[in-house]
Design a protein around this ligand. Structure first.
Ligand code: MV4
Length: 431
């Protein structure tokens, strides 16, 4: 909501586009409402009655004469039906084609598509696994432990690890039943369990006219329960040759679906190899670190390709400069299981100084409740190398104050000061 709306509004302002923000009554005093050219209230705080109401969003576009809709991230940003409805109403959808969103939303179809395009995938079933017997056959072939994943899941939802054959039947049925009740689709697929992987993702931009470029990788292994806390770019595990090779693989993934707009290909990294996991068909929370090391405004590029321009940047024009780190400022209590923390923001101090960026929805008096995601802001720094970026982030966190709620900043600080992190020796279990 607030943070990404403001991010989009800022670029629009810079390039001469007018903006209309839609908001729920909980956000009537938000910075996005203040900084947009116009604002339309679309309902009460529960997102089912506001931010997820496609009809009201379309109506807001109609009454204000908007030409295009940027969905941000979360909510309807990866909803293929909404992308289609936006187009059917004569509006521009700032994102990939509805078909691409639908295809990549089914994780089993996405994996099959990528395997066919020559993108390395984790060994496992081709397509979904229909019966316990088939599950046992596949698992025996690839070897235990295995992962059972919901086709309709993603982002860590609907996954189960199975260590040995005697657990398989129960786990298979449980996974399928859970997927049926959570997503209305019980289809599952199986793959080899990758131990202590890193999460590496590669940023893509496509123009849907044959042009696709990659903007390097982001290392996102510092997460907890699939919620990222600290992200950095580039990753310490890729040298220039590996980066070029991985980038080429991501391009193959993008070209396979004639990708249009900003997207991210997620990989697991293990034993010096990358394996496709999922493709995210939206602008991601952590996009600023890519902006900092490439100098490319990703929102501007999204707007240009949505307007029908071909990508103005060629792959050979791009280079990676220095190192960037992002820390998410979530209203959570890191001293108490990262439980969401509620309160009224006070005594805010935003950090400053060279190469420090704060993408923030925070203001004194903001009431942080439980109705939305706890992410309030992102602190991003750039440095000429990784060590300096880490020191700069520690310095910037030191300047930051958020009163009224707990934030996860102390946990981020502990990560940044950890000698294992300093050595770049991290995986998805680190946090
Ligand atoms: C895996 C895996 C190990 N083996 N798949 C979690 C998010 C979702 N996109 C896929 N995830 C995983 N898939 C296989 N075959 C481990 C994870 C995983 C993970 C991946 C990325 C970042 C953090 C993670 C934390 C736990 C598990």
């Amino acid at each position: 909501r607030g943070e990404i709306a403001l991010r989009i509004i800022r670029t629009c302002r810079e390039i001469g586009l007018k903006t209309v923000v839609v908001y729920s009554t909980a956000d009537r005093d938000s910075l996005a409402v203040r900084f947009a050219d116009e604002a339309v209230c679309i309902g009460p705080p529960p997102s089912g009655q506001s931010y997820l109401r496609m009809d009201r969003i379309i109506a807001a576009a109609e009454v204000t004469g908007a030409a295009a809709i940027h969905p941000g991230y979360g909510f309807l940003s990866e909803n293929a039906d909404f992308a289609g409805i936006v187009k059917d109403n004569g509006l521009i959808w700032i994102g990939p084609k509805a078909d691409t969103i639908r295809k990549m939303g089914d994780k089993s179809v996405a994996k099959d598509t990528m395997r066919a395009a020559g993108v390395p995938v984790v060994p496992g079933s081709e397509g979904v696994v229909e019966t316990v017997d088939e599950a046992k056959r596949v698992a025996a072939e690839i070897g235990y432990p295995v992962m059972i994943k919901a086709s309709a899941g993603g982002g860590g939802r609907g996954m189960r690890m199975v260590r040995e054959e005697k657990e398989l039947e129960t786990q298979y049925r449980t996974a399928s039943n859970e997927a049926q009740s959570a997503f209305g689709n019980g289809a599952v697929y199986i793959e080899k369990f990758v131990e202590e992987p890193r999460h590496i993702e590669i940023q893509l931009m496509g123009d849907g006219q044959g042009g696709v470029i990659h903007l390097g990788e982001r290392e996102c292994s510092i997460q907890r329960r699939h919620q990222k806390l600290v992200e950095e770019a580039p990753s310490v595990v890729l040298d220039d040759a590996k980066r070029a090779e991985s980038g080429e693989i991501a391009l193959r993934a993008g070209r396979a679906v004639d990708y249009e707009g900003a997207g991210t290909v997620e990989f697991l990294w293990s034993g010096g190899e990358i394996f496709f996991l999922e493709m995210n068909t939206r602008l991601q929370v952590e996009h600023p670190i890519t902006e900092m090391i490439t100098g490319v405004d990703l929102v501007e590029q999204q707007l240009r390709v949505a307007a029908g321009e071909v990508l103005p940047i060629r792959q050979e024009d791009l280079s990676i400069h220095g190192h960037a780190i992002e820390v998410r400022i979530n209203a959570e209590n890191p001293f108490y299981c990262f439980l969401p923390s509620i309160g009224t923001l006070s005594n805010l101090r935003h950090p400053g100084g060279p190469w420090v960026r704060m993408d923030s929805a925070m203001y004194n008096g903001l009431e942080v409740g439980l109705e939305y995601d706890p992410m309030l802001a992102k602190l991003i720094v750039w440095g000429p190398d990784r060590d300096r970026a880490i020191q700069r982030m520690i310095r910037a966190i030191g300047e930051t104050n958020v009163g009224g709620v707990h934030t996860a900043l102390p946990a981020a600080l502990q990560v940044l000061r950890h000698e294992q992190f300093a050595g770049g020796d991290i995986d998805t279990h680190f946090l």
